[in-house]
Design a protein around this ligand. Structure first.
Ligand code: NAD
Length: 486
């Protein structure tokens, strides 16, 4: 068992009051360690360290020197790949196959893409004549925004944290990270990497704890924080936006979703089945971009339902390093209770349970883990709870449709607007739908395909702002205009 500490001003620290909470492994509920919850004094110290570091050696580095240091962070994460893998898996229980291909490599790559971006980012420049016959040139200069608070969820802990921390540091800011209470380990471990590469003290800080009346709300309310970037639930995003309003601090919000997949009868059936299998069940359904509503055109409806059922039933749950494991547990007992509550709700509202709907039968040593069965429903109206509300579990409802117009209306009839996946071989239809469906991300015949130079974010209640490539600079820098008369 280990102590999971806060990382403030280059040092690992406990909290003044000695307050801790248990971090348990979702695979078997064994105790991983005690997390030292940051109180107000620790959050104040972290923000003060971050503010001081803006003026210290960090603020005096050239862009290239700064980027070289962040490239060294990438190398060090890769050198300690197994430590990050073990830490991420202990916190989340996800299969090693997944974490070693997605979480850790992408967690490292998120630094590299932004060092490349910032080194190559240009600004505009205009010349004009002045009324007195002279000339003036205006040009843009990007400066760091200051101290950035990064509030993270638990589903892809390292990846989603470095997606914010990478651009924030590449742009010359300093950061205070608040990982999810459920997954504190990799953000905390990254402190060791920062020290190893010689990152100046106070540039990267981590405060552990919860949201309300804990590290999260202390951090977002802190007047010395200059910007808040958040990934998590829409309800939490609302609270964070309100916190940002005090002091007019900008927020970047990546929030919840209730993503639809649209499968047309003219699709490549195998591509659609293989891709929707991933988009529904990958990471045990705990992916913000995952599909929970599947719409299938009537001629192939029955065939699609039985093929997806067959796929769902091959998802063997098990230990992360067991090569036979195809699906891990949910992240926590709290989340398991929420998902099982939704499973009950689907039954009560009259769903046909095609497969799953409960807890799988696990061997004795895993019985206490946070397991749920991959689940498929049909037969519900579009107003049913599991068709309208985000569940964040390995489940979906499949609805038949007849016309393109009908399915666009159903897909759009939701308060969220994060992502969609469309399966059709008709290019004209694909082009039409890519603008008609109200989302930030639209995949055609694919899912989770990401070019990190492109904008990422949600529309409607799925978020505010876009991050990725040059778009991240909008949030992580102040674009100032300089005018020179000559
Ligand atoms: P959550 O909103 O419950 O928690 C996220 C973080 O916010 C945690 O660190 C939590 O401690 C903190 N927090 C909670 N209340 C707070 C408050 N009042 N002030 C400050 N901080 C507070 O989300 P979660 O359950 O960790 O993650 C799952 C959610 O995240 C889902 O809704 C999912 O769709 C969303 N998500 C969105 C994206 C995206 O890119 N749009 C990516 C991943 C996850």
């Amino acid at each position: 068992m280990t102590d999971i500490l806060n990382f403030i001003n280059g040092e690992y620290v406990k909290n003044a009051s000695g307050k801790t909470y248990e971090k348990r492994n979702p695979v078997d509920n064994s105790l991983i360690g005690m997390v030292h919850e940051a109180g107000k004094p620790e959050v104040d110290a972290a923000v003060a360290a971050a503010r001081a570091a803006l003026k210290g050696p960090w603020g005096k580095l050239s862009v290239v020197e700064r980027c070289n240091m962040l490239d060294a962070v990438v190398d060090e994460i890769n050198r300690r790949f197994d430590d990050f893998l073990q830490a991420e898996i202990a916190d989340t229980g996800k299969p090693a196959r997944l974490a070693s291909h997605v979480d850790i490599p992408r967690g490292a790559a998120n630094f590299k893409i932004f060092t490349d971006t910032i080194k190559n980012a240009s600004t505009e420049s205009f010349e004009m004549r002045t009324p007195d016959g002279k000339a003036a040139r205006s040009f843009g200069v990007r400066t760091p925004r200051g101290v950035i608070a990064i509030i993270c969820p638990w589903n892809l802990p390292l990846l989603l944290m470095t997606w914010k921390c990478g651009p924030a540091l590449a742009c010359g800011n300093t950061v205070v990270v608040k990982p999810s209470e459920a997954t504190p380990s990799t953000a905390t471990l990254l402190g060791e990497v920062m020290n190893k590469v010689g990152m100046p003290k106070g540039v990267y800080n981590v405060v552990n704890g919860f949201g309300v009346d804990s590290a999260g709300s202390f951090l977002t309310a802190h007047p010395d924080v200059n910007g808040i970037t958040f990934t998590g639930e829409t309800k939490t995003g609302t609270a964070i936006m309100k916190a940002g309003a005090d002091g007019i601090r900008p927020v970047s919000l990546e929030l919840g979703g209730k993503n639809a997949a649209l499968v047309f009868a003219d699709c490549d059936f195998q591509v659609a089945i293989d891709t929707v299998t991933r988009s529904v069940f990958e990471n045990c359904g705990q992916v913000c971009l995952g599909t929970e509503r599947v719409y299938v055109q009537r001629p192939i409806f029955e065939k699609f339902v039985s093929a997806l059922k067959e796929k769902a039933e091959t998802m063997t749950p098990g230990r992360p390093f067991d090569p036979a494991t195809r699906i891990g547990p949910l992240v926590s007992k709290i989340h398991q209770k929420k998902v099982l509550g939704m499973y009950r709700k689907a039954r009560d509202e009259g769903a046909t349970i095609v497969t799953g709907g409960g807890v799988p039968d696990m061997p004795d040593d895993l019985k206490d883990g946070c397991w749920v069965q991959p689940t498929i429903w049909t037969g519900l109206p579009e107003t049913a709870t599991v068709v309208t509300e985000e569940i964040f579990g390995p489940c979906c409802h499949i609805q038949p449709f007849d016309t393109e117009e009908e399915v666009v209306n159903m897909a759009n009839n939701n308060r969220y607007g994060l992502a969609t996946a469309v399966f059709t071989q008709d290019v004209s239809r694909a082009m039409r739908l890519s603008t008609e469906i109200e989302v930030g991300l639209c995949w055609i015949n694919s899912w989770f395909l990401r070019d990190l130079r492109t904008p990422f974010g949600g529309s409607k209640q799925s978020g505010i702002g876009r991050e990725g490539g040059l778009h991240s600079l909008e949030f992580y820098t102040e674009l100032r205009n300089v005018m020179v008369k000559y």
